[in-house]
Design a protein around this ligand. Structure first.
Ligand code: 5AD
Ligand code: SF4
Length: 441
C-alpha cells in the first residue's frame, strides 16, 4: 500500500491525549485523508497511548496484536502508528516487541505524523520521540468545528517529579504556551462553536508564560472572549493553588464551581515519600479557602492506594481526608510501579491483595459521596450546557456547573445551548430534569 486514505485514531488515558488525538485527526485530514468508520476499515490506525499505569501500557500491545490479526484475516496491511506516552517511554521496546509498527511518535512530535505515515506506507519505519516542547503547536491547523465544550492545551509537561509518576519523563519539562497564542486559539474555538473551554495542562495551574502572564490573568482574558460562557481547567497541583487563583474563583463568573484537585494520600509521611510538596492539612485549607469564596465548589480528586510502605493507619488517613473534603467525583488507583521512577525501587512494596482491599474500601466511600453530592442537587435549578443528543429522541445530554451529566427534554433547545434545568432525579452517574426557562408547547 503506498497511498493511505482512511485513518482511525484511538486514544487512551488523560484529556491531554484526547486533545492530541483531535489534533492528529485534523493533521491527517489536512493531508487529504478521511476518517474511517471503524478501526478495521482504516489504512492507518493510530494508537494514542497512555503510560501512567502498567495496565494502560499493556493494553497497547494487546491492541496491536488484535489489529494485526483482524487485518491478516482480511488480507489487509494497515499502517499502525503508536503515538503518545508509551511511544515516548518505550519506543525501542515497541520496535522490538511489535516489528510491524510503522510509526512511533511521542506526544511532542506528532505534528510530523502525516509525513511519517507516508514513509511507513512505503515500507520505512519512522521514529520520533524528541521533546521539542512547543514546536508542535506551531504546526497545528485551524479548527473548523468545535464541540460546545472544547479542550485547549495551554501548558505541557511537569517539573514536580512525584516519585510514582512517569509524566515528567514522557511529557518532558513544564512549558506554558504564550498567552496571546492561547487567546487566538480561544477566539477561533469560540467562532467554531465552543461555549465552554477546558484549559488543559499536566500542571495547568503552574501556568506562566515567558512574558509573565500568570494563570489567573489568563483565565480572566479567556473569560472576555465573546461566546465563551464557561471555563474549566485540569489538572491542578495543590501546591500551585495560589491566593490569586483561589480569589479568581470568587470573581470570575465563567469559572465553573468544580475543581479537580488530586491529593493522592491523606498521610503526611506518604505524601512526603511521594514528593508531593503539600500536606494533608494544607490541602484541606486550600479546599476551605475555595469554599469561602465559592460556597458551592465541587471537588474531585485522584488517589493512590498501596504506595510503598503504606500502613493500615496511613491508609485510614486517606479515608479521613476523603471524609473531611467531601468529593463530588474521584479517580482512585492501586499503586503501579513504573520503570525508571524512584518509587518503583523503594522497599516494602505492598501486596496486591492489600491494594485490592484498600481500593475497594476507598471506592465504596467515594461512591457514597458522589451519590450524596448528586442527590444534594435534586430540586436545584441550574444552567446546563447541552453537549450532545441524548439516547432518546427529543432528549439532550449536557453538563451542570458541577460537571454532572444531565439528561433533559430538548423542548426547542439544541446542542450548544445553555438552558435552565430543574434537577428532578439523581443517580450515581447522572441527573435528569426539566427545562424551566421555557413552557412546554
Ligand atoms: N500508580 C498508580 N496511579 C498513578 N497515577 C500516576 N502514576 C501512578 C502510578 N504509578 C495516578 C495519580 C495521578 C493520576 C493521573 O494517575 O493519581 O493523579
Ligand atoms: Fe505526575 Fe506529580 Fe507531575 Fe502530576 S504533579 S504529572 S502526578 S509528577
Amino acid at each position: 500500500m503506498t497511498d493511505p486514505k482512511r485513518y482511525f485514531v484511538r486514544s487512551y488515558g488523560c484529556q491531554m491525549n484526547v486533545y492530541d488525538a483531535e489534533r492528529m485527526e485534523e493533521l491527517l485530514g489536512d493531508a487529504g485523508m478521511t476518517r474511517a468508520a471503524t478501526q478495521d476499515d482504516a489504512d492507518v490506525v493510530v494508537l494514542n497511548t497512555c503510560h501512567i499505569r502498567e495496565k494502560a501500557a499493556e493494553k497497547v500491545y494487546s491492541e496491536i496484536g488484535r489489529i494485526k490479526k483482524a487485518a491478516a484475516e482480511r488480507g489487509w496491511k494497515p499502517v499502525v502508528a503508536v503515538a503518545g506516552c508509551v511511544a515516548q517511554a518505550e519506543g525501542e521496546e515497541i520496535a522490538r516487541r511489535a516489528p510491524d509498527v510503522g510509526v512511533i511518535v511521542g506526544p511532542q512530535a506528532y505534528h510530523r505524523l502525516p509525513q511519517m505515515v507516508e514513509r511507513a506506507a512505503s515500507g520505512q519505519r519512522s521514529v520520533d520521540t524528541d521533546l521539542p516542547t512547543l514546536e508542535k503547536f506551531k504546526a497545528l491547523g485551524q479548527r473548523r468545528r468545535a464541540a460546545p465544550s472544547s479542550f485547549l492545551t495551554i501548558q505541557e509537561g511537569c517539573d514536580k517529579f512525584c516519585t510514582y509518576c512517569v509524566v515528567p519523563y514522557t511529557r518532558g519539562a513544564e512549558v506554558s504556551r504564550d498567552a496571546d497564542t492561547v487567546l487566538e486559539e480561544a477566539h477561533r474555538l469560540a467562532e467554531a462553536g465552543a461555549r465552554e473551554l477546558v484549559l488543559l495542562g499536566q500542571n495547568v495551574n503552574a501556568y506562566r508564560d515567558a512574558r509573565g502572564t500568570g494563570f489567573a490573568d489568563l483565565i480572566r482574558r479567556v473569560a472576555d472572549v465573546p461566546g465563551i460562557s464557561r471555563i474549566r481547567y485540569t489538572t491542578s497541583h495543590p501546591a500551585d493553588m495560589t491566593d490569586e487563583l483561589i480569589s479568581a474563583h470568587g470573581e470570575i463568573e465563567a469559572l465553573m464551581p468544580y475543581l479537580h484537585l488530586p491529593v493522592q494520600s491523606g498521610s503526611d509521611r506518604v505524601l512526603k515519600a511521594m514528593n508531593r510538596s503539600h500536606s494533608a492539612e494544607s490541602y484541606v485549607e486550600t479546599i476551605e479557602a475555595l469554599r469561602r469564596v465559592r460556597p458551592d465548589m465541587a471537588i474531585s480528586g485522584d488517589f493512590i492506594v498501596g504506595f510503598p510502605g503504606e500502613t493500615d493507619a496511613e491508609f485510614e488517613a486517606t479515608l479521613e481526608i476523603v471524609r473531611r473534603t467531601g468529593y463530588a467525583q474521584a479517580y482512585s488507583f492501586k499503586y503501579s510501579p513504573r520503570p525508571g521512577t524512584p518509587a518503583a525501587t523503594m522497599g516494602d512494596q505492598i501486596a496486591e491483595e492489600v491494594k485490592t482491599e484498600r481500593l475497594a474500601r476507598l471506592q465504596a466511600l467515594l461512591n457514597e459521596q458522589q451519590l450524596a453530592f448528586n442527590e444534594g442537587t435534586r430540586g436545584v435549578t441550574c444552567d446546563v450546557l447541552a453537549e450532545r443528543n441524548g439516547r432518546r429522541p427529543g432528549q439532550l445530554l449536557g453538563k451542570s456547573p458541577w460537571l454532572q451529566s444531565v439528561h433533559f427534554s430538548a423542548d426547542g433547545a439544541s446542542v450548544g445551548d445553555i438552558v435552565e434545568v430543574r434537577i428532578d432525579t439523581a443517580g450515581p452517574n447522572s441527573l435528569s430534569g426539566l427545562r424551566t426557562d421555557r413552557k412546554a408547547a
